[in-house]
Design a protein around this ligand. Structure first.
Ligand code: GLU
Length: 458
């Protein structure tokens, strides 16, 4: 069975790049009837917080990513890590190192001065003497100091590291007994039965160390997939400079999670030349074999395009629900369906949709200056005044249109003389969906009131 995981360190919020790797892991599991587990890597008690962990769970909820079983918190697992550190000590695969900070520093400076790579020199590896008093030792793993460490990365192909160039007997527990990052990842991935690890390629340099630990502990090594980074349009790694990196910011900006997920899945994965994928599609089609080797570019306009697509396709009730977050409750508006349908095509975000809807529903407090100057004059006000006669009962948009055509014929006028002044009168601006739909949405009385308001303005 495929078992994947997402293992964020909770330092603030869920990063958009994190959501992408979570999504890949999620889809890989779901496409194969596997399991997708969530582990919060919160051992750094200074940098991690409960709120940050909750923010991740909240973002998962918004996106509809469900995980299997309970969340695993590393901060609850110090006993487990201790046990395995002791096991490695007992088996002679790890050892205590009593080097002081000053000694380490001196060694480092000497190596740099000799143009050598700074690394631990193994001086306590086979130490049998009496340990120096008053020093809490760190625990180091006995790493292979020569030969190759190889693995077959699911994205990058065969990866080879020369042990001599990259390894030393690295620390697995600090002098206060707390385990280090690479150690906890390996213990948990192994004990949680994770056999497929999808993560950002910024972790590639950790992998040889983790492989050393898997081998020392006698655990099976999972398959690794190191996915290429997401860049901003300037080719640099995506950061706040390029725009929002917090997943929940996208919610606030009026994006649907469907659009964000579709956008993210395509940043670094492809399926022929298809662009639109529902989650149901993805749960069938996703395979990590199509993950791209090269970095992808975060293209905001593509995200907008997808958002517009999902707004266009969304169920009416769904949009009513989502618009509540944007200060618009249409649940009791009997014309809500028409209103939403008339705005779907023209809204890139829920914020735009909400603003356009409010622009129709609320009487204009003021008129757009340019539109007013251009379209409102004595003639147009007179035409608007006369137009009120057809507003004696509520009708459908099609009926309003028919009545308007007749009205214009009777008055020897044209739609172009009426439509824009009417828009300005009704919405205060010269842009709105079909004017007849707007009249149906508001009803005759309200439209009459707005016409009177503009007539009596001065
Ligand atoms: N906790 C790590 C991070 O947030 C990820 C660990 C992993 O995926 O192996 O960057």
């Amino acid at each position: 069975m495929i078992v994947t995981r997402f293992a964020p360190s909770p330092t603030g919020y869920l990063h958009i790049g994190g959501l992408r790797t979570a999504l890949y892991s999620y889809l890989y599991a779901r496409a194969n009837n596997g399991k997708f587990l969530l582990r919060i890597e919160d051992t750094d008690l200074k940098r991690n917080s409960q709120e940050a962990a909750e923010a991740i769970v909240e973002a998962f909820k918004w996106c509809g990513l469900d995980f299997d079983g309970e969340i695993v918190y590393q901060s609850n697992r110090f006993d487990v890590y201790k046990k395995y550190i002791q096991k490695l000590l007992d088996e002679g695969k790890a050892y205590k190192c009593y080097m002081t900070k000053e000694e380490l520093e001196a060694l480092r400076n000497e190596q740099i001065a000799n143009k050598q790579r700074p690394k631990y020199d193994g001086r306590y590896r086979d130490f049998k003497g009496t340990p120096p008093a008053g020093i809490d030792p760190v625990i180091r793993i006995k790493a292979p100091l020569s030969g190759e460490i190889k693995f077959d990365d699911g994205v990058k192909g065969e990866i080879k590291f020369n042990a001599e160039d990259i390894l030393d007997d690295f620390v697995i527990a600090r002098s206060d007994g707390s385990p280090t990052y690479n150690f906890t990842v390996v213990i948990d991935d192994a004990l949680m039965g994770i056999n497929q690890v999808i993560r950002g390629d910024d972790h590639l340099s950790n992998t040889p160390k983790q492989i050393v630990l898997y081998k020392a502990l006698g655990f099976e090594i999972p398959k690794f997939y190191h996915v290429a980074m997401i860049n901003g349009t300037d080719g640099h790694k995506l950061s706040k400079r390029h725009g929002a990196t917090d997943v929940m910011e996208y919610k606030k900006m009026g994006y649907l999670s469907e659009a964000l997920l579709n956008f993210l899945v395509r940043l670094g994965w492809s399926y022929g030349d298809e662009e639109i994928f529902t989650m149901e599609d993805l749960k069938k089609k996703f395979s990590p074999n199509n993950l791209s080797k090269s970095a992808s570019t975060f293209n905001q306009s593509k995200l907008e395009w997808l958002n517009q697509h999902y707004i266009k396709e969304a169920k009416f009730e769904y949009l009513v629900e989502k618009l509540k977050d944007f200060d618009l409750d249409l649940s009791k508006n009997s014309h809500a369906k028409l209103l939403i349908d008339s705005l779907r095509e023209r809204s890139k975000t829920l914020i735009e949709m909400s603003n356009s809807a409010k622009n129709i529903l609320n009487r204009p407090k003021e008129y757009d200056e340019k539109a007013y100057r251009k379209f409102i004059n004595e003639d147009s006000l007179e035409l608007l005044n006369k137009f009120s006669v057809i507003l004696d009962k509520d009708m459908s948009a099609a009926e309003y249109e028919e009545a308007t055509i007749k009205f214009l014929e009777d008055n020897n006028s044209k739609l172009k003389n009426l439509a824009q002044p009417l828009r300005v009168a009704i919405t205060g601006t010269s842009v709105s969906p079909s004017i007849f739909e707007v009249i149906e949405i508001l009803g005759s009385d309200e439209v009459k009131t707005r016409i009177n308001n503009i007539i009596n303005k001065e």
